[in-house]
Design a protein around this ligand. Structure first.
Ligand code: DAH
Length: 340
């Protein structure tokens, strides 16, 4: 074989290496070209028969053949043996854009509830729950709400055909807890409430409350109630928050108060969130009316306690500076992902 034929054979051998799809096929290529009975030994032997002028060039070409084919075989072997590329591993194309997963975030309403459960939990309250579909008895009558009370009006309450209703407050869970256990009772009950309110920046037909109830033989006075709510306010909003109590009326507490927090958004100076009053109404509360104990068979002579019910959305709005309650229900991810 002269130099030209050897170079042709080399090109052919390199093609065969590339075309081999399995290690076995590649071994076949090696045997064909470099094996003991293959082309290379025959090539070497053939050099002797060449004219002296051609022999040296053909010899160099044969050496080049051996080197090139040996290298091509080794390279191809590595490729065939390499494991399939794994993401981020060797063989991954790190110049490609990465795969992006949206991070979930906790809804502000859930965050406030979770935080409230922690704060009240630290001072001895456990969590209780009740049904969203409630009896009129638990939602109104057992809470000493007289039959002519405006909240029983179909204008205010979602009544169901069954005669039941969607609870307008979490207060009926107080009744259910007292019906099912003996004092001491110290619970909070977060949950959904429903009212036939027209939706606007501060009202929603579906909202959340957290009810609290503490009843014991020395279950608590109005000042205990004020202490617990002030502690909650400071833990939830920060030490600088102001807390004030205004006399009010609820059928199931006597005396009754409403509890306001100073507006966290403007620091009390007045802004849209607090409607320029500097304060936001957060909770209704009071000392449990003995008539409620009578309904659940508790001994009013022996017991005392306080109760409160706070609006979760109200707290979320002041805590995070949310101006419109509807933002909490629009499920716009651009809003929600700010709470990641
Ligand atoms: N349930 C009342 C409301 O929705 C809030 C409330 C007031 C709850 C006084 C209480 C309470 O437990 O003692 O307006």
């Amino acid at each position: 074989m002269n130099k030209d034929r050897i170079e042709e054979a080399q090109a052919e051998a390199l093609e065969a290496c590339k075309a081999a799809e399995t290690p076995e096929a590649l071994e076949g290529v090696r045997i064909t070209y470099l094996g003991r009975k293959g082309l290379l030994p025959a090539m070497m032997k053939g050099l002797k028969g060449l004219a002296p002028g051609e022999r040296a060039a053909a010899g160099r070409a044969a050496n080049a053949f051996k080197e090139a084919v040996t290298q091509a075989l080794a390279e191809r072997r590595r490729t065939l043996q390499a494991p399939a590329p794994v993401a981020g591993g060797p063989g991954a194309d790190t110049s490609l854009p990465g795969r992006w997963h949206r991070l979930g975030s906790m809804h502000p309403v859930s965050r406030v509830i979770e935080e409230a459960v922690r704060i009240f939990g630290e001072v001895g309250f456990t969590v209780a729950e009740g049904p969203d579909i409630e009896s009129a008895y638990h939602n109104f009558e057992a809470l000493n709400t007289p039959p002519h009370h405006p909240s029983l009006d179909p204008q205010d309450t979602f009544w169901l055909d069954s005669g039941e209703l969607l609870r307008t407050q979490t207060s009926p869970v107080q009744i259910r807890v007292m019906e099912s256990r003996q004092p001491p009772v110290r619970v909070i009950t977060p949950g959904r409430c429903y009212r036939r309110d027209t939706t606007d920046a501060t009202h929603s037909a579906n909202f959340h409350q957290i009810e609290g109830l503490h009843v014991d033989e020395n279950g608590g006075s109005l000042s205990d109630l004020k202490g617990v709510l002030a502690h909650f306010a400071h833990e939830m909003m920060g030490p600088e928050v102001g807390v004030r109590f205004r006399p009010h009326f609820f059928p199931f507490t006597e005396p009754s108060v409403e509890c306001d927090f100073s507006c966290h958004v403007c620091g009390g100076g007045g802004c849209r969130v607090c409607k320029f009053s500097g304060w936001i109404e957060i909770a209704g509360a009071g000392v449990v009316d003995p008539r409620v104990y009578a309904k659940v068979g508790y001994d009013a002579e022996r017991l005392s306690g306080y109760a409160f019910g706070m609006g979760v959305e109200r707290i979320a709005m002041v805590k995070y500076g949310i101006e419109d309650i509807r933002m909490l229900y629009d499920n716009d991810v651009r809003f929600l992902e700010q709470f990641a």
